[in-house]
Design a protein around this ligand. Structure first.
Ligand code: ZN
Length: 400
């Protein structure tokens, strides 16, 4: 990341002047940042200092045209948070992130830091905001220590701006009271050994990609999409994944996560495989089931949204009458009511399992695979997977 489009000397702020004409956009950003809850609130001043530097207090073309106050270049992991836009900065033409709103930028900045080059920042953040910036700064900008020192010199101004933002409170989203609604997302399969009835992998794509890796990617994308959409709509939700890495959990253990977290919704994500030709989306609910009607409504919402997303991704499926495979009942350990925490007297959790598509079909592999040979294809398949994740997020939030 480089300093782009900086128009003023950030070392000599003129606070009086900017209030009048510099950037009410930047003031709006400060107000939103002050209002939003982030995981490490103590990092607000130091990250705002970075945005002051990167955007020239909101005056850079990237900020004014694309709401990108961080000079964030485009990365495929930003799908769902931003869209790519070509932009000419001092170091040449490149793709940058374009954000749809101030909130999208703030969330997108933190999403950007969740990428692998920045792994480990949470530990530094626990030390101090300065340690955090000394860690991420040299990754963010090749100027290294010089860049970090420029940012740290602006922390005072950033703190002042955040304090002052109280006085110019912006319209805020509806305050969400009470405990968050918990959603558990279960990426099917994982690891290398069969565990508690759960096989390490089931379906395999023609390019030899494994279902267990697709399910984890879909689960993580869906979590991010749910959180972003919930924030935008003022819904108070918490998303828990049953696994974050390539490990297997037993079927009861997966359902038990819903019970222990007090989840309202449990969604297990899978992909089908059959004869390399049959395609379609289906959702499964438990056959012996205390709250079958509620599960069915949930499963239908998931099914319909995924079908619609697949229609957009691949219009040929519109002509496939069998593409809507519907909601089916099956005896599945991962949907066991007792393990989910549902009893005859109380049914807090609605659960279903979705089979997103048949990943053994070459056309589906080409649309969704994780590691296609070319970068342009990777961009496209990531966008397709994001569309499905967005559909799952919409369906989940429609039930909250
Ligand atoms: Zn499966």
């Amino acid at each position: 990341m480089r300093i782009v489009g900086r128009m003023t000397d950030p070392a000599s702020p003129s606070l009086g002047k900017r209030r009048c004409n510099m950037s009410s956009l930047f003031d709006d950003l400060v107000s939103r940042y002050k209002t939003l809850n982030i995981a490490f609130p103590a990092l607000k001043p130091v990250t705002l200092a970075q945005w002051i530097l990167e955007s020239g207090r909101g005056a850079s073309p990237l900020a004014t045209q694309h709401l990108n106050f961080g000079g964030l270049k485009w990365r495929s992991e930003m799908v769902g948070f931003a869209t790519p836009v070509e932009h000419e900065a001092h170091d040449g033409l490149d793709f940058y992130c374009k954000f749809a709103s101030l909130d999208a930028f703030i969330l997108g900045y933190w999403k950007f830091l969740s990428r692998s080059p920045y792994k480990g920042w949470e530990e530094r953040a626990a030390e101090s905001p300065q340690a955090f910036m000394r860690f991420i700064g040299p990754i963010y900008n090749p100027a290294g220590d010089a860049y970090v020192n420029q940012v740290l010199a602006l922390v005072g101004e950033a703190t002042q701006r955040l304090d002052a933002a109280l006085a110019v409170a912006q319209p805020q989203p509806p305050e969400v009271a009470g405990a968050p609604v918990v959603i558990v997302i279960d990426p099917g399969h994982g690891g290398v050994a069969r565990t508690g009835g759960s096989s390490p992998n089931n379906a395999i794509s023609p390019s030899s990609e494994q279902e267990k890796n697709w399910t984890l990617d879909f689960a993580k994308r869906t979590r991010a999409a749910v959180l972003a959409k919930a924030l935008a709509s003022g819904k108070n939700v918490k998303v828990v994944l049953t696994r974050e890495t390539d490990v297997n959990l037993g079927l009861n253990a997966r359902a038990n996560v819903a019970k222990s977290k007090g989840a309202k919704l449990f969604l297990s994500i899978h992909l089908n495989g059959f004869d390399k030709q049959v395609r379609g989306v289906e959702a499964l609910i438990g056959k012996v089931n205390i709250n079958k009607a509620a599960d069915r409504a949930f499963a239908q919402a998931i099914h319909d949204k995924v079908v619609a997303a697949m229609h957009r991704i691949d219009p040929t499926t519109l002509d496939l009458p069998t593409h809507r495979r519907g909601v089916k009942e099956q005896s599945l350990g991962v949907l066991n009511d007792i393990a989910l925490g549902n009893t005859t007297s109380s049914q807090p959790c609605r659960a279903c399992l979705v089979e997103l598509e048949f990943m053994d079909v070459p056309a589906v592999d080409a649309l969704l695979r994780l590691n296609p040979p070319q970068a342009t294809m990777a961009e496209k398949t990531a966008q397709n997977r994001q569309q499905i994740a967005d559909a799952l997020a919409d369906a989940l939030l429609s039930q909250v």
